[in-house]
Design a protein around this ligand. Structure first.
Ligand code: FEO
Length: 388
């Protein structure tokens, strides 16, 4: 396997996971990659590793440049096993390498995963000289684990950002200007929505620190390296982390005998008729992680479910549970659905929307059995009345 030159003496030596389609519940239709970076200086340095099954692929890429045994320093920006999983393999090949990680969370996390290996703690602003270059550490706690940090090399103006600015995107290309840009941004947005959205405040805090850095390259640990579109991705993160939705609407539902679907489509038509960008998602055919990017930038969210055994449809309950965890807040929402006799699902959905931190902007829509033309007309009018 070949290493990929990022700059003179700096190489991407990660692994490409072409066929993963479910990354702990995130639907990865385009696969993913695990970015590890080798810096050849007086002290040979490896920044992050890869998921354990890809250790040999990483070692093979390192071997393209030098024998892995020559590694002096390993920087672990993040404990999660997609980036630390190959640490034991590196430890085996380089038993004397120094492993730096954040303190206390990185030390605690790596010790819990791999035992006490004499990890060296770093705190905010600490630096390590590796020869001609310096590596400076910036903690980014809760982006998205307590241990996360990023590593900045001022001489090269490279930010090794780990999860931040990543994309689950497997590609033979390695740089942003080699890829289809809209696809790249689509994956970056999906990644932000599903992995980072709930930590918007922490993103804004990290910004205050990172915005003072002179950055030519952002080298994340998933997906492609940013070198030509730094401004675009930084502006996108600023917008997304502000949690200021635009005017769009998202309608998410499941349906048993198409009655809830008829209501969903009527709501969709009401938004479209007012020229509001709207998206309609049936949970039978859409993965919840594919809906989140539209939630990220939409003002209105309508969720519908028929009643099944006094409950919401399990697909709707799962979606709302996932959404509550992502905590987008600051949205206008309402619930709807058809029911046969008890009809609890609509109130249950509304309660979950409230628990998401949304403002309930319309009375819940409850239709017994099949909506009539008159009822659909009334729903259409009522939805149009809430659009501001
Ligand atoms: Fe890509 Fe939080 O690991």
């Amino acid at each position: 396997m070949n290493a990929v030159k990022v700059k003179e003496g700096i190489y991407w030596v990660g692994a490409i996971d072409w066929n993963i389609r479910n990354f702990h519940g995130y639907s990865t239709e385009r696969g993913t990659s695990y970015g590890a970076y080798l810096i050849v200086d007086e002290k040979i340095t490896l920044i992050d590793t890869v998921k354990a099954p890809f250790a040999e692929e990483m070692l093979s890429r390192i071997s393209d440049i030098l024998p892995p045994e020559k590694i002096d320093i390993v920087i672990s920006n993040h404990v999660e096993m997609d980036h630390s999983g190959a640490l034991p393999a590196i430890r085996k090949r380089c038993p004397n390498a120094s492993i730096y990680t954040s303190s206390p969370a990185g030390i605690k996390g790596l010790t819990a995963h791999y035992g006490d290996n004499g990890y060296l703690p770093v705190k905010s602003g600490d630096s390590v000289s590796i020869g001609k270059r310096t590596l400076t550490f910036v903690p980014t706690p809760m982006l998205h684990w307590p241990d996360n940090m990023v590593t900045y090399c001022p001489e090269e103006k490279i930010l090794f950002s780990n999860d931040a600015f990543g994309q689950h995107y497997a590609a033979a290309e390695h740089f942003d200007d080699e890829a289809d840009f809209p696809v790249l941004m689509e994956e970056a947005k999906k990644y932000y929505g599903n992995i980072i959205m709930c930590f918007g405040r922490q993103v804004q805090n990290a910004w205050k620190t990172l915005s003072g850095l002179d950055i030519d390259i952002i080298a994340p640990s998933h997906g492609l390296i940013w070198r030509s579109h730094i401004k675009d991705i930084l502006e996108a993160y600023t917008l997304w982390s502000s949690n200021e939705p635009s005017t769009g609407a998202v309608i998410v539902y499941d349906s048993m005998w198409n009655s809830t679907e008829k209501i969903a489509k009527t709501i969709c038509g009401a938004f479209a008729d007012k020229n509001i960008p709207v998206r309609l998602y049936d949970l039978k055919t859409n993965h919840i992680s594919n809906i989140v990017p539209d939630i990220l930038t939409s003002k209105y969210i309508a969720v519908g479910s028929p009643t099944l055994n006094n409950q919401m449809m399990p697909s709707v309950a799962a979606f709302l549970c996932y959404l509550k965890g992502l905590s987008p807040k600051n949205r206008e929402a309402f619930a709807f659905g058809s029911y046969g006799w008890s009809g609890q699902s609509i109130e249950l959905a509304e309660k979950e929307l409230e628990a998401c931190g949304f403002h309930i902007c319309m009375d819940r829509i409850r239709i017994n059995y099949i909506p009539s033309e008159e009822q659909l007309h009334e729903i259409f009018e009522n939805v149009q009345n809430i659009i501001s």
